[in-house]
Design a protein around this ligand. Structure first.
Ligand code: ADE
Ligand code: ZN
Length: 366
């Protein structure tokens, strides 16, 4: 596979589906070409000679192997302009990929060793969000590393206080095994006390028990949540409470958490009434933006038109926008599927025919 910068990997038909991307790490949108450009601009030496070598290094064995490269990549981001460029490039790419609303994570802890103030970082990020406001709706989520002490997570939460009015939620990521959500109870309680939504990566490489802990912490969303499929009682709870899972199928494949997308639990969980959504995670490293994930999953799991519609609507239910804005998004999705829920619309019927005659969904929408 060849790396390409600045646009979705493929111009397939899911680009035209109005969709959300609710689980994407801004740092994970750093395309190799930009990474090398910023390294040159900031005089930073890298362990790879060129983007192709970085690409070779991106055949990950597991989550920790990926994170080592991901954190290395973050070292090239040192000026306000760098953060502006990164954010703007992601938002432009997402908008042309048919993402109508994105909620992205950003972890300030990663940058405390770089020579830039938090003010500079946040100015760069929010200027790009502002400049792109006509093209894409966007919410920002702070996140912290589960491999660092809870006190540091609390410090990060406090340091972000000047921007609280612009932050929708707080989360937690990083190497999961051995770092259960319950260890961060104080952090999540503090986020809640300050009025934020909370979400946590759980059940990505870790066990179903970590997903259960996340539920017990009262999270608003679970990032990944795959392991819950092994625990029928937990699946029932997720469905009853309608706690959304922001799943990232291509990420799971690239991190060897599944051998094949056909094994992905997304469809089984959807059939149990769980609010499953499709997202990109770290698209520059995993070679898959939002529509690539939709297309890959549709192909591998043979999703029906009703399931595609349900997944798109789940993205709206799961997002952190106010209800008034959700109404508009819901309408946008339903306009792409005007026959729903009766499925009488020709676009939806064509989706169903895909496997028989090679026709792809939504291709004749414009
Ligand atoms: N940070 C960035 N990507 C991540 C992932 N897939 N899992 C956990 N933490 C992350
Ligand atoms: Zn993630």
């Amino acid at each position: 596979m060849v790396l390409s910068a600045g646009k979705p990997r493929q111009q397939h038909d899911f680009v035209k589906l109005p969709k959300t991307d609710l689980h994407v790490h801004l740092e994970g949108t750093l395309e190799p070409e930009m990474l090398f450009r910023l390294a040159g601009r900031n005089h930073i030496s890298l362990p790879w000679k060129n983007p192709e070598m970085l690409h070779e290094a991106c055949k990950f064995r597991d989550l920790s192997g990926f994170l080592a490269i991901y954190y290395k990549g973050c070292e090239v981001l040192v000026t306000e302009q760098d953060f502006y460029d990164l954010t703007r490039a992601y938002l432009e790419r997402a908008a042309s990929d048919g993402v109508v609303h994105t909620e992205f994570f950003f972890n300030p802890q990663v940058f405390c060793g770089n020579k830039i103030s938090l003010e500079g970082i946040m100015r760069g990020v929010f200027s790009a969000v502002h400049d792109m406001r006509e093209r894409i709706s966007c919410l920002y989520m702070g996140t912290v590393m589960r491999t660092r002490p809870v006190e540091e997570a609390l410090r990060t939460l406090n340091e972000l206080a000047p921007w609280y009015d612009r932050i929708a939620a707080f989360g937690m990521g990083g190497a999961e095994n051995g770092n259960p959500p319950s260890r961060f109870k104080r952090y999540f309680e503090a986020c809640r006390e300050r009025g934020f939504r909370i979400c946590v990566h759980a059940g990505e490489e870790g066990p179903a028990e970590y997903v259960r802990e996340a539920v017990e912490l009262g999270v608003d969303r679970i990032d990944h949540g795959n392991a819950a499929v092994h625990d029928p009682a937990l699946m029932k709870i997720l469905a009853e409470k309608q706690i959304p899972l922001t799943m990232c199928p291509i990420s799971n494949l690239r991190l060897n958490l599944i051998r094949d997308l056909g094994e992905h639990p997304l469809k089984r969980m959807l059939s149990r009434g769980i609010c499953v959504t499709i997202n990109s995670d770290d698209p520059a490293y995993f070679l898959g933006y939002a529509s690539d994930n939709w297309e890959a999953v549709q192909r591998a799991l043979d999703l029906t038109p009703a399931e595609v519609l349900q997944l798109a609507l789940n993205g709206v239910e799961a997002c952190f926008l106010p209800e008034a804005e959700k109404i508009k998004l819901r309408n946008d999705v339903k306009t792409a599927f005007p026959g729903a829920p009766g499925m009488a619309d020709p676009i939806v019927e064509r989706t169903a025919r895909k496997d028989q005659d090679g026709f792809s969904p939504l291709s004749e929408m414009d």
